[in-house]
Design a protein around this ligand. Structure first.
Ligand SMILES: Nc1ncnc2c1ncn2[C@@H]1O[C@H](COP(=O)(O)OP(=O)(O)OP(=O)(O)O)[C@@H](O)[C@H]1O
Length: 553
């Protein structure tokens, strides 16, 4: 900021002081100006480096905190929040906010310092001229505030619209097989294009506002310079100013003009950042409705694994008006196999979700060894429960890593442990057939494997977890005879010595269960062994067995 001052002095020396110490004055002033330039260059380099690195650090921390906050939310939150929206928050919103508070903030601070010191220096050089010139500033400030408000609103809408496009792309790319099977590529392309077109329309609105604002601020800056020339010229004419002073003043005025342009850009970027930041904070500060990692832990030694539902009422939070369970009661004794049967959509999978405490019952209690699960630490509770679902989901990493995922600490699992459980789960043979063996990457959600293979890997994963309680949702689709036998044998091994709750789709499972429970219209209507239930002439179970086809393999 002192450069124009020295420049003015140098010009005055050149113009008005051709005296004896002319060359030494000139050298001194030029050296001082050279020093100022050097310091300026070094400070700028350091500023850029620090802002770049701190910017990235802020974005990274923001993303990590956001991811952690998202993963701790209750499952109902994910029922009502679109995945694409969350991904957008993590990627584009975080970047926008990060950039806004670092690079942009640094530019803004610099512009602010330049403008205020520039104004101070203008008053120092010529108070008279400065007062005249600064009458241009207030209208620009009003314009900036109005523009900032508009931009903030527009950014929120644009980010929302972008999130919708991301959501669509993510869902359709993730389910390309379904899109392809229905031949809907062109429809999806059109849908996506129309969504990004909408983003474009909003971007055009922003560009329009930006163009007007920048035009106006640029013009104001130039008007400042013009007014300096005019009024300064008059002052010089009446010998109230030297040529050096006018030059210094002109440069300060030019800087102030530029800085106002910089400040307006900073302001608009800040408003954009705040627009994107609003929902980031909302998400960062959101407290999960179900506790994440707090509550009691039962004594491991006396832990049995008996489960009980008592008069449970439940409706999904996303659809509170549709009751799923009404007065649902069921006792699952420790170490026994309980099979649940019921029509499709009757709420069988919901029982598993409640046992895992993915949702809380609206009323009634679910207990583990006589203790209400709402008093227990959900992380501990889930560590005692293993699940194998109808269509197990694997992650896009190696088979070994997918199996090790079952352990509390996957990094401590040895290759021998993985191979052992894979052997018990009848998976080792087919895994060894792959060229990369246990290091074979299974593709997103395990697409590179067959249904039976995925199931056996999921069984190996559950075996490694070695849980006291096992919740199984049998696959509804029949496998070929060999696969069927291998999966069934693996499941039988997995079930040994545990409390097993199984949603049954196979006749053999029902026959082998210690107890079969029949779910009908939100409650358990019959309970007993397969033959007992079948012998009731008007029993619901009997009707169900006639109506519903169970896999008989
Ligand atoms: N996350 C959810 N939000 C709202 N409603 C849900 C949710 N999940 C399931 N439902 C509804 O709850 C009811 C019970 O679903 P559930 O998956 O438990 O049935 P199911 O007996 O396991 O069915 P199937 O045998 O076909 O797998 C269904 O009507 C379903 O539409």
């Amino acid at each position: 900021m002192s450069a124009p001052f020295f420049l003015g002095k140098i010009i005055d020396v050149i113009y008005t002081n051709p005296s004896a110490d002319y060359s030494s004055s000139l050298t001194r002033l030029c050296l001082a100006l050279g020093g100022v330039f050097l310091c300026g260059a070094a400070a700028n380099a350091v500023r850029v480096y620090l802002m770049q690195t701190s910017g990235q650090r802020i974005v990274n921390r923001l993303r990590a905190s956001l991811f952690s906050s998202v993963l701790k939310q209750e499952v109902a939150f994910f029922d009502k929040t679109r995945t694409g929206e969350l991904i957008n928050r993590l990627s584009s919103d975080a970047a926008l906010l990060g950039r806004s508070v670092t690079e942009n903030l640094s530019d803004g601070l610099r512009a602010g310092a330049q403008a205020s010191i520039g104004v101070g220096m203008m008053f120092f050089v010529s108070p008279n001229l400065a007062t005249f010139v600064l009458s241009v500033v207030p209208p620009i400030s009003i314009l900036a505030v109005l523009y900032g408000r508009y931009l903030r609103k527009l950014t929120k809408v644009t980010q929302d619209s972008l999130a919708q496009a991301t959501q669509l792309a993510e869902e359709r790319i993730g389910n390309i097989r379904t899109v392809r099977a229905f031949g809907k590529e062109m429809t999806e392309i059109e849908k996506y294009t129309s969504k990004v077109d909408h983003v474009m329309q909003l971007a055009r609105k922003e560009a329009f506002a930006r163009a007007g604002f920048f035009g106006a601020t640029g013009l104001s800056g130039n008007l400042i310079v013009l007014s300096v020339l005019y009024k300064g010229g008059l002052l010089m004419g009446s010998a109230h100013m030297t040529v050096g002073e006018l030059s210094s003043f002109l440069m300060y005025a030019f800087w102030v003009g530029l800085s106002i342009g910089g400040l307006s850009s900073f302001y608009s970027e800040l408003m954009k950042g705040l627009g994107a930041g609003g929902r980031l904070w909302e998400l960062l500060e959101r407290e999960p409705e179900l506790p994440f990692n707090e509550g009691a832990i039962l004594n491991e030694k006396s832990f049995q694994g008996a489960l009980e539902f008592k008069n449970v009422h439940f409706a999904y939070p996303a659809r509170p008006e549709v009751p799923i369970f009404q007065d649902f009661s069921l006792s699952i004794p420790a170490g026994s196999i309980t099979a649940l049967v019921g029509p499709s959509g009757s709420g069988k999978s919901t029982v598993i979700s409640l046992l895992l405490r993915l949702y809380d019952a609206s009323s009634g209690t679910i207990s583990l060894d006589g203790r209400d699960i709402r008093q227990l630490n959900p992380v501990w509770l889930r560590s005692k429960i293993g699940t194998v679902s109808q269509e197990p989901i694997l992650f896009s990493c190696s088979i070994a890593e997918n199996i090790a995922y079952g352990a509390d600490d996957p990094s401590s699992v040895t290759a021998e442990q993985v191979e052992r459980v894979a052997g018990v789960a009848n998976a080792a043979a087919f895994i060894r057939h792959f060229p990369q063996g246990f290091n074979t990457v299974v593709g997103e959600k395990g697409v590179l494997l067959s249904g039976g293979q995925k199931q056996r890997i999921a069984i190996a994963r559950a075996l490694l977890k070695n849980p006291r309680i096992l919740l199984l949702d049998e696959a509804t689709s029949a496998l070929d005879a060999e696969n069927e036998y291998l999966v069934q044998q693996a499941l039988d091994r997995l079930m040994e010595g545990r409390t097993v709750f199984i949603i049954a789709h196979r006749l053999s499972t029902i026959k082998n269960a210690n107890m079969v429970a029949v779910l009908d219209r939100g409650k358990i209507t019959e309970c007993g062994k397969h033959e007992e239930l079948l012998s009731k002439p008007d029993g619901i179970y009997r009707k169900l067995m006639n109506k519903q086809s169970f896999i008989s393999a």
